[in-house]
Design a protein around this ligand. Sequence first.
Ligand SMILES: Cc1cc2nc3c(=O)[nH]c(=O)nc-3n(C[C@H](O)[C@H](O)[C@H](O)COP(=O)(O)OP(=O)(O)OC[C@H]3O[C@@H](n4cnc5c(N)ncnc54)[C@H](O)[C@@H]3O)c2cc1C
Length: 410
Amino acid sequence: MPGPASRAEGLVRLEAFLPHAGRDYAARRNHDHGPQARGNVSVLSPWIRHRLVTEPEVVAAVLKLHAPSACAKFVQEVCWRTYWKGWFEQHPDAWTRYRSGLDRLVDRLDRDAALAERYRQAVEGRTGIACFDAWAGELAGHGYLHNHARMWMASIWIFTLRLPWELGADWFLRHLADGDPASNTLSWRWVGGLQTRGKHYLARAANIAEYTDGRFDPRGELDEGAAPLPADAPFERQPPRTPARPQPGVRTGLLMTLDDLHPESAFAASPGIDWTAAAFLDAPDARDVLPAGTVARAFRTGALADAGRRWTAASGLQADHAAATSVPECVDWARAHGLRQVVAPHACVGPIQPVLDALGPALDAHGIALVQWQRRWDVAAWPHAARGFFHFREHIGKLVADCDDMNLSA
Ligand SMILES: Cc1cc2nc3c(=O)[nH]c(=O)nc-3n(C[C@H](O)[C@H](O)[C@H](O)COP(=O)(O)OP(=O)(O)OC[C@H]3O[C@@H](n4cnc5c(N)ncnc54)[C@H](O)[C@@H]3O)c2cc1C
């Protein structure tokens, strides 16, 4: 299990991992020693994904202890998340196309008994491929998988089991405590050879044996010669959205979402705001077509509750813990508190964004402004994420040089 979904826990784990985030991490990170021996990686992703702990905080802490050259690999991995989010931000159709494909496949599962059975065998860990079946159990029971296991599983799902990638991506997203639309969708696309045209990731038995230290050896069980998935149509690029600023001195409500659960940053960045109320837009499983996994749902519930407690401590006001998950509920909440503006963290491409896009005009009809704030980190990084990671990597040095104040809004 990933552990308590609180910022305090995330900070404790960060502190404990810091000594290992240098050359130690670069040398050992690719090994998957199993769920009882995770010391070579940070397992911070559930906390970072929901921004209980933020990317600039993690990078700043690591750079205080290690020379930039020693921790370059760890910093680069943290920046992979930023890169995927920035790329997704500028290619939102990658999400809508995935979601419509998924909807069609979920319908097909009701009609196609053979596909449904192969799907069930995979997600229930009954494929007969020992490593895959063990990782399926780990995903359900722990809500976490090592990065290498995610790559191997996605590859086996697509190229050996020949199941549609969208169903696998959805399975991960619902069960991972760090389930993140950008990192997950784009990593699955990358494994399949869709994201980097014609370049796919093939799981190989020898590589699995080496990096699981011999725990698994699926020799003869994998399709190690499969071709990449056929290319899909390119996505049109949209520039990142422009950040907005809240207005001081008017009754303001904070609408928290699972995309960013560090509301203290919003206060620190915006002095003079008349914070009057707070609510949660997300419900722990509002995003899913099929039900969320137990561990992931518990993590999301805990993370929202933790943000509510911290909001109360910082503002002296209660959070309306009953989540306002629909546009009409949010409008009712804002009107009931006599708000003139609602401030929400920028909704990343994913299930929250269409809700906020619909909420803006609905609030506006009642004279209430919707302001989506963005962190400086995202504003500085995302424009460089329109192309491949190697282009983005050239900008990491400048990004992390300023990471101390990057937690705040632009
Ligand atoms: C098929 C597939 C699906 C994935 N789905 C998700 C997902 O839904 N949510 C998610 O957060 N990550 C996802 N990842 C990325 C990566 O596997 C996890 O972020 C990482 O394994 C988290 O473990 P950690 O915290 O121990 O990482 P560490 O190795 O300790 O890395 C430190 C931090 O860097 C970031 N990071 C590391 N590797 C990556 C990466 N490849 N992509 C993006 N960020 C990275 C994470 O924030 C992580 O916490 C996926 C990868 C693959 C191949």
